[in-house]
Design a binder for this molecule. Structure first.
Ligand code: SAM
Length: 231
């Protein structure tokens, strides 16, 4: 396994159970919907993963573009959402050829930690080109340098307690500790940014940004940033 895209294209165990996976995507969809500015908005979910609750997001906007680099995941997205004409599935490369200034909201949740800083700058550039002036970019689940893996474990335990999958979560943590995830996390690591550095990175990419009061999804120790396409 070479990188995180390979990992997410594999039969990984990042979700402790089917219920965990479903709860995760429900929460992400709920939070994305909260950022949709109008019922006819064009929304881009950048590196969306399995996006199991994307039908709900699509119902709340005019068009939903699901962009995903992992080819196996993308194949499943195409099959899963074929009946929903509001949803389009794209590779990240295909985004570069989309019409500029055509997107109202771009969301990139829980992705920046898997990218090099240069890859993240390139992704910001792609989304800047696609966003309409005044459009919004929401970057979620950013890890801070001083917050360790213990907080990820605590956040999962809290989520599983709330939704009744505590036992599965504990087994899931054991499986993950013995898996490719742990090896990749040790070998490649996860990219972390202090709040000020992420704000500076977004400013350098031409956005005026601020930190949102709450993170997207279940982990309150990670950060979300809301960035406006500066005119
Ligand atoms: C934790 S999943 C997040 C999926 C979804 N956005 C969510 O919030 O559930 C990480 C995603 O990042 C993608 N990814 C991993 N490494 C990447 C990279 N270097 N560039 C772009 N995407 C990457 C994976 O294919 C996967 O879809």
């Amino acid at each position: 396994m070479d990188d995180w895209i390979d990992y997410y294209d594999s039969t990984h165990t990042i979700y402790a159970s089917r219920l965990h996976r479903d709860v995760h995507f429900e929460e992400i969809a709920r939070d994305i919907i909260g950022y949709i500015p109008a019922p006819d908005a064009v929304v881009l979910d950048y590196a969306c993963g399995e996006a199991l609750s994307a039908a709900k997001v699509a119902a709340a906007c005019g068009r939903l573009i699901l962009a995903e680099p992992a080819p196996g995941v993308r194949g499943r997205l195409i099959a899963r959402f074929a009946p929903i004409t509001k949803i389009r599935v794209r590779s990240l490369d295909e985004l570069r050829h989309m019409e500029e200034m055509s997107v109202d909201l771009a969301v990139m949740n829980s992705v920046a930690q898997y990218m090099t800083p240069d890859e993240l700058d390139a992704a910001f550039k792609v989304m800047k080109r696609l966003l309409k002036p005044g459009g919004k970019l929401v970057v979620g689940d950013i890890l801070q340098p001083d917050v360790g893996m213990g907080r990820d474990v605590a956040a999962l335990i809290q989520l599983s307690w709330k939704h009744g999958f505590l036992k599965d979560a504990v087994w899931g943590l054991v499986r993950t500790a013995l898996s490719d995830y742990r090896q990749l996390r040790t070998r490649i690591g996860l990219q972390r940014y202090p709040e000020a550095e992420m704000l500076a990175k977004l400013a350098a990419a031409g956005f005026s940004a601020s930190r949102a009061p709450v993170n997207i999804g279940h982990n309150p120790w990670r950060m979300t940033f809301v960035a406006r396409h500066a005119l």
